[in-house]
Design a protein around this ligand. Structure first.
Ligand SMILES: *[C@@H]1O[C@H](CO)[C@@H](O)[C@H](O)[C@H]1NC(C)=O
Ligand SMILES: *[C@@H]1O[C@H](CO)[C@@H](O)[C@H](O)[C@H]1NC(C)=O
Length: 482
């Protein structure tokens, strides 16, 4: 490792048996190359090493860095730094931008910038990396190797501001060498409550620009003290070609789900149940308590409905069945005489390629969240032409309308009681209104279908990859032209 490299890679090796660096090497003062892959390698994951070794082997050796290179052709670079290898919200959001931009740039005769990526902001996950399609992995390798000049590079730090330079936890910093030698530095982030912490405001104001996904965020960021001149709305793309209902058969969800409440639906039963689907991490913010309360109060086993919850742990254990049964007991709900309406939990991993089939198996999507940055499952459901019922507050207000969905009214604001945003406010969705809307979509099937159709139209018109990549390219061009 060169001394330069050492100076800005912060890591602790305590839990890792092996550490390879993917990072920047400054072979010349004004020039860097992504030279090595930083691998935080867990001993239990030898195949991670193998799969990423190919990464390293394809990396040109440092001696070649002085030979003529592609820099002269497209002078500027956009270096997108995000948790690309981690999975999770920021990861899938970052991939959606990079894939959209990469496609869009192919359609341009003479792109005015090159695209580079680097891992930043979270730990790498073997499962996630191996689950990526081969073409995306190849693209990742290619974009890791893009060569850029620091002074002609626009950096996008796509992560929570605690990861920005200097990072508050172990990660490659973004921007890698501080704020001054790059051409322009953009922070891309979002929050789910009504304000930012003062620490986050400070970190945002160090950036040349802060990109947020919605008007809700423009207003919460500015009200919290982020320089209004820096805040720019950049919406998220949704892959409407992948999430296209005409391309899929429904998943057999009855065999995926784990019945927690209600009667088992006999395989021979010819009656088609009305299927509500919800997709979320198991955290209070997602309003699973509100959903269960509304659903179990409104329906009984006579109604021919079933609620599927696709969930995974978030700082919690995996025994969702017990949590649900416990919740029902604690909230003193009265069991209907005919028995509870069915609730099924899917806590197995549904591969990305099967996700559209899951939406396809549902009749409506429901998520009474207390706050959302954007709400990826919501827009995925909308792209799949499902009618959605979701809280009309925070991120989703960017795209919910009376014509394309069932915006769920809010009773009041409530205080966040734990975690880093303790004391902030978010929304309490109305249980009564949720009951009414769930009943309504069942009783008005035609109207619900029409809203689902409109939802897909709106997703294509406003958030398709070409549309969003075009907007981003415009922003980048403005930065280059200044
Ligand atoms: C960046 O630095 C290189 C080498 O010093 C120089 O040739 C180039 O003009 C600089 N670019 C900008 C945009 O200042
Ligand atoms: C949703 O919220 C927006 C503003 O936050 C408001 O204008 C709109 O009327 C609301 N829609 C519904 C159905 O409550």
């Amino acid at each position: 490792m060169t001394p330069n490299l050492k100076s800005f890679i912060i890591y602790s090796s305590s839990i890792f048996v092996l550490f390879l660096a993917i990072s920047f090497s400054f072979s010349r003062p004004n020039y860097y190359r992504i030279q090595q892959l930083k691998l935080s390698l867990n001993s239990r994951h030898p195949t991670f090493f193998q799969s990423l070794l190919s990464f390293l082997l394809k990396t040109p050796n440092p001696d070649q860095s002085h030979s003529p290179n592609p820099i002269s052709r497209a002078p500027h670079c956009v270096l997108w730094m995000a948790p690309f290898l981690s999975g999770g919200g920021y990861s899938s959001e970052a991939w959606s931008y990079v894939l959209a931009l990469n496609e869009y740039m192919k359609s341009l005769e003479k792109p005015s910038f090159k695209l580079a990526i680097d891992q930043h902001g979270d730990l790498e996950s073997l499962e996630f990396w191996e689950g990526l399609p081969q073409d995306i992995r190849n693209l990742a390798i290619r974009l890791y190797q893009t060569e850029c000049r620091i002074n002609e590079t626009i950096v996008v730090c796509h992560s929570e501001p605690g990861a920005w330079y200097p990072p508050l936890f172990e990660t490659i910093p973004c921007p890698p060498t501080g704020y001054h030698n790059f051409m322009f530095v953009i922070g891309r982030t979002m929050f789910e409550s009504d304000r930012l912490t003062s620490q986050h405001v400070k970190r945002c104001n160090r950036m040349d620009s802060v990109w947020v996904p919605t008007d809700f965020h423009v207003s919460t960021f500015v009200q919290s003290g982020v320089d209004p001149a820096k805040v720019v709305k950049v919406v998220q793309p949704i892959d409407v070609n992948f999430f296209d209902p005409s391309k899929y058969e429904p998943l057999d969800i009855a065999s995926e789900g784990n019945l927690v409440l209600g009667a088992k639906i006999p395989n021979s039963n010819p009656r088609k149940e009305f299927v509500f689907l919800s997709v979320f991490k198991w955290e209070f913010r997602k309003g699973w308590d509100v959903l269960l309360k509304a659903y179990l109060r409104e329906f009984s086993s006579d109604d021919g409905v079933v609620l599927y919850l696709l969930t995974n742990p978030y700082h919690s254990s995996r025994d969702f069945d017990n949590k649900i049964v416990q919740f029902v007991e604690d909230s003193h709900m009265e069991r209907p005489v005919n028995g509870w309406a069915s609730v099924c939990v899917i806590d197995t991993h549904i591969a990305q390629v099967d996700l559209p089939k899951l939406y396809k198996a549902a009749d409506a999507f429901v998520l009474p969240s207390r706050g959302e940055g954007w709400g990826r499952p919501i827009v995925e459901a909308m792209a799949m032409s499902l009618p959605v019922i979701t809280t009309n507050w925070s991120g989703p207000t960017e795209y919910l309308t009376e014509e394309n969905s069932y915006p769920l009214p809010v009773d009041r604001m409530s205080e966040v009681t734990e975690g880093p945003f303790k004391g902030h406010l978010w929304a309490e969705p109305s249980v009564i209104e949720l009951q009414a809307l769930m009943r309504h979509v069942i009783s008005n099937a035609e109207e619900a279908k029409a809203k689902g159709k409109q939802a897909r139209k709106d997703m294509i018109r406003r958030f398709s990859p070409e549309v969003v990549a075009g907007m981003i390219t415009g922003h980048i061009q403005n930065i280059i032209d200044r």
